[in-house]
Design a protein around this ligand. Structure first.
Ligand code: ADE
Length: 237
């Protein structure tokens, strides 16, 4: 069981986490998701959570007090709690990060909104993570994407028969092409080898197609790969 807490000013945005596989995972007790609106911790009469930047400049910044108070008020259920700050200035999220987080007992996602946040908020975070090299209106959508990627890796979430091990990215390659019936769809044929029942050849074909697809579509992924001798012979074919 992983406990996930989301600190946000917009808890009503998180409806998608209560659908489909994520809903089932919560009902099965594999993950618990809690939403905390840190506006509840604002000190001023008007419950202000943002303010103008010192030194001038456009936009508003999240104030430190409400988010510090919200974190201090969280019950810590485990010693390997990870505090994650959503920010376009963080490291870019990827599958390996999802795998690592899925082994933790407790994850806390801190979502900013507005133009940015007071620099002292960074102190709270074990990690600062970005969804990608673009700027969102807030960290909420980024947190939902990351939570989805993490939760599906928790053992039991995808069910016995489905495995995340052969997903695109889990071995650093894109997934090979897949086909289902019919074998002949309006003249477009399923590759012969897949119909052959020859497991060793199918495995070889799939590895080769994964490599091909990765080379063509995502050459940037290739530098992180470790190739086996078999791969070199496949590439020479
Ligand atoms: N907040 C704004 N932009 C973001 C991004 N790219 N990733 C995570 N949080 C963000």
């Amino acid at each position: 069981m992983i406990k996930i807490t989301i600190l946000t000013l917009f808890p009503e945005m998180f409806v998608p986490l209560n659908e489909s596989i994520l809903k089932r995972a919560q009902e099965a007790g594999l993950v618990e998701i809690n939403l905390v609106n840190f506006r509840d911790y604002a000190v001023s009469k008007h419950k202000n959570v943002d303010d103008i930047p010192y030194g001038g400049g456009a936009g508003m910044l999240l104030k430190p007090e409400p988010i510090f108070a919200a974190i201090r008020d969280l019950p810590q259920v485990s010693h390997d709690r990870k505090l994650i700050l959503m920010s376009p200035q963080g490291h870019v999220f990827h599958q390996k990060k999802a795998e690592e987080w899925s082994t933790h007992q407790e994850l806390v996602f801190m979502c900013g909104h507005y133009e940015g946040f007071d620099e002292r908020i960074r102190e709270l975070a074990d990690e600062e993570v970005s969804l990608g090299d673009y700027v969102l209106t807030g960290g909420e959508l980024a947190a939902m994407v990351m939570i989805d990627a993490v939760v599906r890796l928790i053992p039991g979430v995808l069910g016995e028969e489905v495995s995340a091990e052969e997903d695109s990215h889990s071995i650093g390659l894109l997934e090979y092409p897949q086909y289902t019936r019919p074998a002949d769809f309006e003249g477009r044929m399923v590759p012969e080898v897949l119909l052959s029942g020859h497991h060793a050849q199918i495995k070889r074909w799939r590895r080769k197609e994964s490599l091909r697809r990765t080379f063509l579509r995502r050459p940037d992924l290739i530098k992180n790969l470790e190739f086996g001798l078999d791969d070199y012979s496949l590439l020479e074919e």
